[in-house]
Design a protein. Structure first.
Length: 101
């Protein structure tokens, strides 16, 4: 648990540093305002964090289910891969939104 929290803290720090760097590089619309790129970078960090947590939880539950019912492993694996693909697609959509902004 401690290792997970340290990893999440490092990811959040890196995301915040990237957002701050993007905010410093792009001129703000008003004095003290935050640029759209900085908001998009922060949103991407949050989307990536949510996607990673969702994938981790889904994989853990799938492995637990396979351990309980090994005969259903193929059905569980198929559902897991479909779910992981959909979660990953959401993260890619968040990445693409940065290029639109």
């Amino acid at each position: 648990m401690k290792k997970t929290l340290l990893t999440l803290g490092a990811l959040l720090t890196a995301g915040a540093a990237h957002a701050a760097e993007a905010a410093a590089a792009a001129p703000a619309a008003a004095a003290g305002g935050i640029s759209n790129k900085a908001i998009a970078a922060l949103a991407l960090g949050i989307a990536a964090l949510g996607g990673a947590l969702g994938q981790g939880i889904a994989t853990g539950k799938a492995v637990e289910s396979i351990a309980r019912q090994p005969e259903a492993a193929n059905d569980i694996r198929g559902s897991l891969l479909l779910g992981l693909a959909l979660i990953e697609a959401l993260s890619i959509y968040a990445l693409l939104s940065i290029f639109v902004v």
